[in-house]
Write a protein that binds this ligand. Structure first.
Ligand code: MRU
Length: 366
């Protein structure tokens, strides 16, 4: 995508050949800053403190983190330490384990002297793979949006609700849930996006709204509680969300609040699609509600909100009274029965094991 007219990705090797650069997403939307990762600990911190976030980008950063670790020490012990350190950063998005396993499997058999360069090349290849996957997801979703547009009076937009940020910031480029939206918009199909996830982290406003504004896609910011009301009044044609881990049976784990959107969509007959890159499928898990580890983040994200003051300064404000405890589950699971379909890089399928197995027969054992 473009920032200030320049094409950019969310992560790239720096010109010094020894470090990696990222967009520091904790500073958006009010500041656009690049951060440099020089060490394993920098990469681990970037993931756990959410300078980078979103399942595919977490995986890409972990792969580059392995490179930074192996540049410093390519021994077997260092490889294991890097894997364990990065694996411990965040528990829910399965792309983290997927990327770490890809790296470990590829470089373990190599002599230590060859490991760093091989890891750097593999990290770059995983990034390119992510971009291609997300573009293909966009093609599958574009067909859905085109069909809906054909049912609308001329000039009326297709109204799409998306929750949280499954945009290009959450991936290397394109996004997953936003890829069909960008491709429809670029093809001249009128679209309008309802943007939410206002709590706990405001990622709809901080990240998705920033993306859409930069790309010129018509959108409206809404609070999390507004989605059901809009659906009841025919103002949502389609929901598309991302996912951090989808089970082999089609249960979808995504940012907290996704489940409530799915319930409201189901009650109102609004199609609810999930954009699913194949590295986000956990073929080892059948029951999402019971088996997927849900990250519990700090209470501060619930008790405080950050934003721009009228003086143009970024400030953090406390909302509840001092002393009230807060809980902060970061993700929830939407059961497969509430999901209309899964948009993958190999096309659309039902949210069932049979549907996934038909598209990905090479992985389908459970
Ligand atoms: O906590 P985050 O920001 O890493 O969570 C992001 C999401 O839940 C996204 O919807 C998901 O990772 C899909 S990203 C293409």
């Amino acid at each position: 995508m473009n920032v200030a007219g320049k094409p950019t990705r969310t992560i790239w090797p720096a010109a010094d050949g020894a470090s990696v650069e990222i967009i520091d997403q904790t500073r958006l939307p009010h500041r656009y800053e690049i951060a440099t990762l020089r060490t394993l600990d920098d990469a681990a911190h970037a993931i756990s403190a959410m300078l980078v976030r979103g399942a595919p980008l977490i995986g890409a950063t972990a792969a580059y983190g392995m490179w930074l670790a192996l540049r410093a020490d390519p021994s077997d012990a260092a490889l294991t330490h890097a894997y364990d350190t990065l694996y411990a950063t965040r528990p829910t998005a399965v792309n983290l384990r997927w990327a770490l396993d890809r790296v470990r499997t590829a470089v373990s058999p190599l002599t230590p002297a060859d490991r760093a360069a091989a890891t750097r090349d593999l990290a770059a290849a995983l990034c390119d793979e992510d971009v291609a996957i997300n573009h293909a997801i966009g093609q599958a979703g574009l067909a859905l949006i085109r069909d809906l547009a054909a049912t609308k009076p001329a000039g009326q937009p297709v109204n799409i609700l998306t929750h949280c940020n499954a945009g290009w910031l959450a991936t290397v480029d394109w996004g997953t849930a936003t890829s069909p939206i960008y491709q429809a918009h670029d093809a001249g199909i009128p679209v309008h996006v309802w943007v939410d996830e206002t709590r706990p982290r405001n990622q709809g406003f901080h990240l998705t709204a920033w993306e859409l504004l930069n790309h010129g896609v018509p959108h409206t910011c809404i609070v999390d509680n507004a989605g059901g009301h809009l659906m009841q009044h025919g103002q949502v044609d389609l929901v598309i969300v991302g996912t951090d881990r989808t089970t082999a049976t089609g249960d979808v784990c995504n940012k907290i609040g996704t489940y409530l959107k799915a319930l409201a969509a189901h009650d109102n007959g609004v199609p609810f699609y999930v954009a699913l890159p194949s590295p986000t499928i956990d073929w080892t898990v059948r029951d999402g509600v019971r088996e997927i580890p849900i990250e519990e983040r700090g209470a501060h994200e619930v008790t405080h909100v950050s934003g721009l003051t009228t003086d143009g300064e970024v400030a953090s404000l406390q909302i509840p009274p001092t002393g009230s405890p807060a809980a902060n589950p970061a993700f929830d699971v939407t059961p497969a029965r509430l999901v209309t379909g899964l948009l993958t890089e190999r096309g659309l399928c039902p949210a069932t094991h049979a549907g996934l197995a038909q598209l990905f027969p090479d992985h389908a054992q459970i």
